[in-house]
Ligand binder design. Structure first.
Ligand SMILES: Cc1cc2nc3c(=O)[nH]c(=O)nc-3n(C[C@H](O)[C@H](O)[C@H](O)COP(=O)(O)OP(=O)(O)OC[C@H]3O[C@@H](n4cnc5c(N)ncnc54)[C@H](O)[C@@H]3O)c2cc1C
Ligand code: SF4
Ligand code: SF4
Length: 1007
């Protein structure tokens, strides 16, 4: 690590000479100290370059100051190759242009920060794609993929990254920008490098031939064999030599890639899938060698544990179930997904027949589920791609650890190898779950180890012992120790083992030739540290210089569900609260983030709107989780939870709960933000704005009597400006219109059943619902509540409105948003008490505002409200969920007329997080002739009161402009349905369109 003076000088020079973002504060360095591996190394500082010139300058400055340089893309590497005590240069924010696409030649040239899915979306219009389909395609950058020589599920058909790169332009450590490509095209410097490598390889010819693993999947070490290709698939299709291939898989240790020229492939027009069900795991492994002879584009494994985990996940259950054949002995022990691609689906169907025939010959007739159609295939591939993440959602300190997860062996040995490695795991008191690329003999497997535990039973000791035994197996079966994810810190020391000392020296010579200054990513591939050096672990074990320990903390919410330990063999977890977490489980919940980077996706879903707008690691679910972890473990100094850095990181989290649903390990940052704010505000106190926004339910009843006066804020010139200056409420926004005729004042009690009447109807088996009217619909948009009641009554329901004299019940949401957990608890407790008799009697509690109603199913369960809250949660339904459920039960009927315009739906983030969007679509389809269209958007940006704050206004609008507002503007005549109060106000503000609650639409169309 360079001295403080040197890093200060580096920071100063980067600030003065580049236009990039220079991040040298402890929080930023902490955020870049990890990738998706078990390691953690604090960088010297971070540069987020705006231009290529910034990178070139940074390399020069770093060389001058002798500070190493580490290029970074999505930071999703699993082996620690993307962490180091270096200047980290993050290409992913600005260095992400597709420079050129040549459809005729089928090539594309890209900057290193381009994300794979981003490129493929662009190529689709040309009927092309880049076929190295890594599971992390939504977040992996081409620069990182090249660095790791990444490979996808279809590598048997298309090869690895190295087989699909035609050229690279890269900076060497002396600052020279060199074009790497086919030999005939090389300039002087590149030609000299080529000559050097050719001579070196010639000198080591015998060793190369003796030691090089002859499998498709070998990514360890450098590609010294480019002049005499040893792999199953030659580097180039014409047998020529391409010097760019030397850089592929070099993990950023040889040069800094400026651009890559890629070989594109025709986008397959048709795919068919056969899912083979096997009675034993061994049979599946043994079959792989026969199945590849059918010429599939993929043969992918999902084992029984993974099947069970997918079955247990509501999002995946129907999909995985559709691929299984039940037998008297139960479901399969493993399945293989066998895919065939081509230009014509009909021409592919006989391939499925061939598959069935081969399975018959192998003694397994009737073992194939045929999936000729796209949609079920797509869904099943999603389950397969989510494999690792499904596995990583295990709670407790034991985690599936990546270090022998992608050894590659020849297919004829696959069954014996997997049996033998399973026995190794068992000997060490653990177990692995197997999945992935059976077609190329690279199966992913991660034994469960507790890396925080020191000593002979600790993770580090077991990791080494297992790695040594696995290495012996790889040698016995003539495989490659490093078959997909790279070497990094966990396999660097095995390079020598795999290739021998002489080739190890040759690798060192290559490094010296290209990077004599030792500038690029030191300690990777050449001179790596020991894989089990605990001081480099994210969770440094007992015995390490700075063992990982959490601070004592009394959490405001109940996190005990995470405070557990697990059994590495059965994966059963201990009782909630028994995990020994000094923060009551909060830290363990935070530690569920394994840095896989899925929250960096842009294409679909909700997660993570703040990152989608800023593209800053700071405003990403992962960045937040990392910072919380560092704070909770004292690594950011004392009192870090009360620090400005933490506040800044959490500030733009709109609590959309996108991560709660979409983060593969279930990191629920919205809930964590409540906890954080509770801790932060306990120290700093609440602002006037906090109190004003949180206390709305308490003063709404009284304030509504003075509606005319309060509404002057948006009528009298200067009043809005004043409210911004004094209260921090954006002057650019109108506030909701106050009115005296609130729901509670305007309803005719005679029109609603009393609670006792509702209970009586329920006991008699009648149709009944309890309408929970929240503060927002009850105070500002009374018509929504009245409409809901009318619709339910029209469908024959007895409706009870949940009311109380002098005010109304509240779920506590506004208090939670301000981190005022005690006040929120009091509100929720009163509501739960009121609802409990109804819920016990089986009466559905029907709500209109997603954020409020769903509080009963979420935070109300972690505020210590006991069993009553669970019972109420079990009955709490959104208006549309209630109707959809009743429809399915055959109890719901409504006469509606057709709508006079197309219907556009914007789902509230919490509706999406709780899977309620399907329900609202079902309800909208009740409208004769309606074909509702769901707007594919993330958060509207309003997020309760978030968008009202002057400090959030710009970000809030940018979130809305990502997809929602343009979609609304595109369809001028559409009816826009949005159930969220804040969504409606954002749409009105940003697109000048009045969106309506679904209840209003149904009411309007009642026949
Ligand atoms: C859940 C999960 C699933 C995965 N599935 C797959 C899979 O299916 N197949 C697969 O191959 N991998 C997989 N990986 C590993 C990883 O996602 C891939 O290797 C991915 O390609 C890395 O891309 P990145 O942008 O995150 O690279 P990073 O981690 O940021 O970087 C990777 C390496 O490239 C170097 N690098 C980055 N940019 C440059 C540059 N401009 N110049 C020089 N060097 C550079 C870095 O220094 C580093 O050594 C998976 C990882 C996870 C967490
Ligand atoms: S927050 Fe979730 S999606 Fe994001 S990196 Fe962490 S585990 Fe992955
Ligand atoms: S709650 Fe929403 S904004 Fe916050 S981290 Fe999760 S996805 Fe991002």
């Amino acid at each position: 690590m360079p001295s403080n003076e040197v890093s200060a000088l580096l920071e100063r020079r980067l600030r003065a000479q580049t236009q990039g973002e220079v991040l040298f504060d402890a929080a930023s360095r902490g955020r870049y100290a990890t990738d998706a591996s078990i390691y953690q190394i604090e960088p010297v500082g971070v540069l987020v370059p705006r231009t290529e010139a910034d990178i070139a300058l940074a390399i020069d400055i770093a060389r001058d100051l002798k500070v190493p340089v580490l290029a970074r893309g999505g930071g999703t590497s699993q082996c620690g190759q993307t962490v180091g005590a270096a200047l980290v240069i993050d290409n992913s924010k600005h260095i992400r242009r597709v420079l050129d696409v040549d459809p005729g030649q089928r090539t594309a040239t890209v900057q290193p920060g381009v994300v794979l899915d981003q490129l493929n979306a662009q190529l689709k219009t040309h009927g092309l794609w880049y076929p190295v389909d890594v599971s992390t395609g939504a977040q992996a950058t081409l620069g990182g993929m090249a660095g790791n020589n990444s490979c996808g599920s279809r590598s048997i058909a298309y090869g690895n990254m190295v087989h699909n790169v035609l050229g690279a332009s890269a900076w060497l450590s002396d600052g020279a920008l060199v074009d790497f490509g086919p030999l005939a095209t090389l300039g002087t410097r590149a030609a000299a490098i080529a000559a050097f490598v050719r001579d070196l390889a010639a000198r080591h010819r015998a060793d190369i031939q003796a030691r090089w693993p002859r499998v498709l999947r070998r990514v360890g070490g450098y590609n010294l064999d480019i002049f005499q290709s040893q792999g199953e698939r030659p580097y180039t299709s014409d047998g020529g030599v391409n010097l760019a291939h030397l850089l592929i898989g070099a993990e950023g240790t040889l040069a800094y890639t400026r651009s890559l020229t890629l070989k594109l492939a025709e986008l397959p027009r048709a795919r068919v899938l056969g899912v083979v069900n096997f009675p034993t795991f061994h049979a599946a492994m043994d079959a792989a060698q026969h199945l590849v002879k059918l010429g599939p584009t993929a043969v992918e494994l999902i084992d029984r544990t993974m099947i069970d985990l997918a079955l247990a996940n509501p999002a995946f259950r129907p999909t995985i179930a559709s691929a299984l054949i039940q037998s008297p002995a139960g479901g399969p022990a493993a399945i293989l997904l066998v895919e065939f691609c081509g230009s014509d689906r009909n021409a592919l169907l006989p391939r499925l027949k061939d598959l069935v025939a081969v399975m018959g010959e192998l003694g397994l007739p009737d073992s194939v589920v045929q999936m000729p159609d796209d949609a079920p295939q797509r869904n099943l591939w999603e389950v397969r791609k989510a494999g690792l993440n499904i596995m990583m959602s295990l709670k407790g300190d034991g985690k599936p650890v990546s270090f022998v997860e992608d050894c590659a062996v020849p297919l004829e040995h696959l069954a014996d190898y997997t049996d033998a490695l399973t026995a190794v795991f068992a000997r060490h008191g653990t177990r692995g779950t197997w999945y992935a690329h059976a077609s190329v003999g690279t199966l992913h497997v991660r034994p469960i180890l507790d890396m925080r535990r020191g000593g002979p039973e600790g993770g580090a000791a077991k990791m080494r012992a297992i790695a040594e035994e696995a290495a012996e197996l790889v040698r016995r079966y003539k495989g490659a120790f490093s078959g997909e994810h790279g070497d990094g810190l966990c396999r660097g020391e095995w390079i020598q083992w795999q290739f021998g000392a002489a080739i190890g020296e040759a690798f060192r010579a290559i490094k010296r030739e290209l990077d004599p200054a030792g500038l690029f990513n030191p300690g990777k591939i050449i001179d790596p540290p020991k894989m089990d050096d605990g001081s480099l672990f994210r969770f440094a074990p007992a015995g390490a210089p700075r063992p990982y320990r959490t601070i004592p903390l009394r959490p405001a919410l109940d996190w005990s569900a995470w405070n557990v330990q697990n059994d590495p063999v059965t994966e059963r977890t201990s009782a909630p609260g028994t995990g020994g977490d000094t923060t009551g489980g909060f830290a363990k919940a935070v530690e569920m983030c394994n840095n896989n980077g899925h929250c960096r996706k842009f294409d679909a879903g909700t997660m993570c709107p703040s990152y989608r707008v800023t593209r800053d690691e700071q405003h990403l679910t992962r960045g937040r989780a990392n910072l919380l972890r560092l704070a909770l473990s004292g690594q950011l100094g004392p009192d870090a939870l009360a620090s400005d850095a933490l506040y800044q990181s959490m500030d733009l989290c709109v609590s959309c709960k996108g991560c709660k649903r979409e983060c593969p390990t279930g990191v629920d940052m919205a809930r964590m933000k409540v906890e954080f704010l509770a801790q932060f505000k306990a120290r700093h106190g609440h602002s006037l704005q906090d109190r004003l926004l949180a206390g709305l339910p308490d003063y709404a009843h009284l304030a509504s009597r003075f509606s005319r006066l309060i509404n002057l804020r948006d009528a009298v010139p200067g009043a809005a400006w004043l409210s911004e200056k004094v209260l921090g409420l954006s002057a650019r926004r109108e506030l909701p219109k106050w009115r005296a005729d609130t729901f509670w004042r305007s309803v005719d009690p005679a029109g609603f059943a009393s609670r006792d009447d509702a209970l009586a109807v329920a006991r008699a088996g009648g149709k009944v619902a309890a309408l929970f009217v929240d503060t927002f619909n009850g105070t500002f948009e009374v018509e929504n509540a009245l409409a809901a009641a009318r619709v339910l009554k029209a469908a024959g329901y007895t409706v009870h409105a949940v009311t109380k004299s002098k005010g109304h019940f509240c779920c506590g949401r506004t208090y939670l948003a301000g981190g005022m957990v005690d006040q929120a608890r009091a509100k929720a407790a009163a509501l739960v008490d009121e609802l409990l008799p109804l819920a016990r009697a089986g009466v559905a509690v029907v709500g209109l505002e997603p954020a409020c109603l769903l509080t009963l199913r979420d935070e109300a369960l972690v505020m210590g409200l006991g069993e009553g809250a669970e019972i109420v949660a079990g009955r709490a339904l959104l208006f549309e969920e209630f109707i959809a459920g009743e429809l399915k039960a055959g109890r719901f009927g409504l006469k509606l007329t057709a709508a006079d315009a197309p219907i556009l739906l914007h789902g509230h983030c919490h509706q999406k997080a709780f899977g309620a969007v399907d329900a609202i679509m079902d309800v909208l389809r009740l409208i004769p002739g309606a074909r509702p269209e769901l707007i594919e958007s993330s958060c509207c940006g309003m997020a309760g009161s978030f968008g009202y704050a002057a400090s959030h206004y710009a970000v809030s609008i940018r979130m809305a402009e990502l997809a929602l507002l343009p979609a609304v503007r595109r369809q001028r005549d559409a009816i826009v349905v949005a159930d969220g109060t804040s969504c409606r106000s954002q749409i009105a503000h940003g697109a000048q369109r009045q969106a309506i609650h679904v209840a209003r639409l149904l009411e309007r169309l009642l026949a």
